[in-house]
Design a protein around this ligand. Structure first.
Ligand code: BTN
Length: 262
């Protein structure tokens, strides 16, 4: 990456500083351990200990992908903190989709709560961590991982992971992609004050609504089959299941309570 060439332009968008490492364990971990301030961006060309949700490994080949964390403070009531995840996944997808002509944009979708899909395979994910739940001005460390130019993935994820290059044949400029994402992030920030509107537009990109899915509850690991019927205004996902008497039951789950089985 040639961060020094785009740093000035990034600062004009609203960032206060861009901290670049040629390699780093994890940008989220660095931001947490060093108490990095709001509107600072931590970015690396090689993240060698990246983590995703449920502490899963986030693999990323050196110089091929975007792995960064944006630190953002925002005043939100505790009940609305879920919105940062939805906001960032929506924004990152929008920034990338907008590069493509309209007929190709329908190949991109969002998978609850924060996966970015291209042709139904995952090419990106968001890990937004809140570091001060008890304060009014909440501080988020928003980790973004996007598989951009990587063409091979390890055997454990090869069937479900992809990259922009794998699906489109195009080699992308990482700096340009980063600029587009940060620009979109600051341009639409008002949406954070309007969760209902945000969930509405997030749902328009959602891949899961009305789909049958298999999932596990994190508390007991039991495998369940159900149909997603809605994403609620409080960020929950509503799933319909049918019991042995053919009665339909509806349950709303929240981030971290379930994980999907592919
Ligand atoms: C997920 O899909 O589970 C979220 C993946 C988030 C990965 C990003 S890469 C930059 C930042 N640093 C990390 O260690 N993780 C996030």
């Amino acid at each position: 990456m040639k961060i020094h060439l785009i740093k000035e332009s990034l600062l004009k968008l609203g960032l206060k500083d861009v901290i670049y490492f040629s390699q780093l364990h994890s940008t989220n971990k660095y931001a947490k351990e060093n108490d990095i301030e709001s509107d600072n961006l931590i970015i690396t060309s090689f993240q060698y200990e990246g983590r995703g949700r449920f502490d899963r490994i986030w693999e990323s080949l050196e110089d091929n992908n975007l792995t960064f964390s944006l630190v953002k403070c925002f005043t939100l009531p505790a009940k609305s903190v879920f919105i940062m995840n939805f906001y960032t996944s929506y924004i990152v997808l929008k920034a990338i989709k907008d590069i493509f002509p309209e007929y190709l944009q329908k190949n991109f979708s969002l998978k609850w709560p924060n996966d970015l899909l291209l042709k139904n395979k995952k090419f990106g994910g968001i890990l937004s961590e809140l570091v001060n739940i008890n304060e009014d001005n909440k501080k988020f460390i928003i980790g973004v991982g996007i598989n951009v130019n990587q063409r091979e993935f390890s055997s454990s994820i090869v069937n479900k992971a992809t990259s922009l290059r794998l699906e489109t044949g195009i080699i992308f400029e990482l700096d340009d992609l980063l600029f587009r994402i940060i620009r979109e992030f600051y341009k639409n920030i008002y949406l954070l004050d309007n969760p209902v509107e945000l969930i509405k537009i997030w749902k328009e990109d959602s891949y899961l609504i009305n789909k049958e899915v298999k999932f596990k509850k994190t508390c007991d690991n039991r495998e369940i089959t159900g149909k997603i019927t809605d994403i609620m205004n409080d960020g929950g996902i509503k799933i319909e299941t049918t019991d042995e008497f053919n009665t339909k039951n509806y349950t709303v789950y929240y981030t971290g309570e379930i994980s999907f089985i592919y």
